[in-house]
Design a protein around this ligand. Structure first.
Ligand SMILES: NC(=O)c1ccc[n+]([C@@H]2O[C@H](COP(=O)([O-])OP(=O)(O)OC[C@H]3O[C@@H](n4cnc5c(N)ncnc54)[C@H](OP(=O)(O)O)[C@@H]3O)[C@@H](O)[C@H]2O)c1
Length: 334
């Protein structure tokens, strides 16, 4: 298994087959760590000590990009929402490292007495609450967490733009959006001179879900979105990249939405390439994203040292063009 971390100093975007340590955050002008640390269960399912251990390990490996949301993780045992941001705030204060990190949070889903909605008042109120919980002055990247019910984009973008102008937010992103809504948002931002979405965070893994699958408010990346990102330079980030560990764990079967003859073929190819590279299947999935066209930033989450080491090791897996092609086409002719 490759055990790695971010090289120091980070390298810029590189050709396929070479190390990918950082990637541009769309057209924001900023480069971020190529693996983003998901903090969803920090402070709930992952206790204080575990969460700190994972954050410290990621930081020690050179990672600086951390992802949370106002609602994390209200559905976990004992969770009400806000636990992840609160723990992150404590950790930032104790480590005194806020200035070295790039922190992303989100607004739009329901928790506690906050309904699922995106409007000017909700965006402003929830941004203030997230800033307070994390004890910071500015959120580096603030996402619309969903586009559920197609809220009026002009109101949403104008509200985000006010946050940027007020210095409460540096950049904005979209999550769980369809490509046509991203294009509508891009046009609105451009014509009004508002801050524009620089990235989109979507459900995305190596196996495509079966046609017609719905994940409710979670929107999976598809060829249309990848094409849109390639054409516009919007950066794609992938959540559920490892399907909760289901690629390799006996205790986590693959979700039924991913069972198909084509995906059987893809799994075989994944295992073949992993064996050739002396890497794990999870590392090949993450490396396949980093080396893709367009390159994708995976969100990695972990609750043990071994998981974190394995996931960070993906940075050392340099897939060549032939392997990428084999991984890309596997299962498509079935
Ligand atoms: N925008 C959105 O709507 C949205 C939705 C979901 C998530 N997210 C973000 O994406 C991040 C990651 O999401 P996710 O939890 O769905 O990711 P995931 O990659 O599908 O699952 C992560 C979980 O898989 C297990 N795991 C991780 N590495 C492993 C390894 N090497 N071997 C075996 N098992 C491994 C761990 O489970 P155990 O800890 O149980 O062992 C870990 O918590 C979240 O933290 C959050 O920031 C965003």
């Amino acid at each position: 298994m490759c055990k790695g971390g971010f090289q120091n100093p980070p390298l810029p975007d590189t050709e396929m087959g070479e190390s990918v340590q950082t990637l541009s955050l769309g057209k924001s002008g900023v480069d971020v760590s190529a693996l983003c640390l998901g903090a969803m269960y920090f402070g709930t399912r992952n206790d204080h000590a575990t969460s700190y251990r994972m954050l410290d390990m990621y930081l020690d490996a050179g990672g600086t990009f951390i992802d949370t949301a106002n609602i994390y993780a209200h559905w976990a045992d004992g969770g009400r929402g806000g636990e992840s941001e609160t723990l992150l705030g404590e950790w930032l204060r104790e480590r005194g490292n806020r200035a070295n990190l790039f922190i992303a949070s989100k607004v739009g889903f329901e928790y506690g007495d906050v309904p699922r909605e995106l409007n000017a008042r909700r965006i402003e109120e929830e941004c203030n609450r997230s800033l307070r919980r994390m004890g910071i002055d500015t959120i580096d990247l603030y996402y619309a967490h969903n586009d559920y019910g197609c809220p009026p984009l002009d109101e949403v973008l104008a509200a985000f733009d006010r946050l940027v102008r007020a210095g409460k937010v540096r950049f904005i992103g979209a999550s769980n959006y369809r490509a046509w809504r991203l294009e509508a948002a891009r046009c609105l931002s451009q014509s009004n001179g508002w801050a524009a979405y620089c990235c989109v965070q979507q459900r995305h893994t190596y196996l495509p879900p079966r046609p017609g699958t719905s994940f409710g408010a979670q929107i999976a990346a598809n060829d249309d979105l990848l094409d849109y990102c390639r054409a516009t330079g919007l950066r794609l980030l992938a959540y559920s990249a490892l399907l909760s560990g289901a690629y390799t764990r006996d205790d986590r079967p693959l979700p039924p939405e991913y069972l198909s003859a084509g995906n059987e073929q893809r799994l075989r190819t994944l295992r073949d390439v992993a064996a050739e590279m002396g890497a794990t299947v999870n590392q090949i999935i993450l490396a396949w994203m980093l080396h893709g066209d367009p390159p994708v930033i995976p969100l990695i989450a972990a609750s043990t040292k071994a998981q974190m080491q394995e996931n960070l090791g993906a940075l050392d897996v340099h897939l060549n063009a032939e392997q990428m092609q084999r991984l890309n086409v596997a299962g498509t002719a079935v």
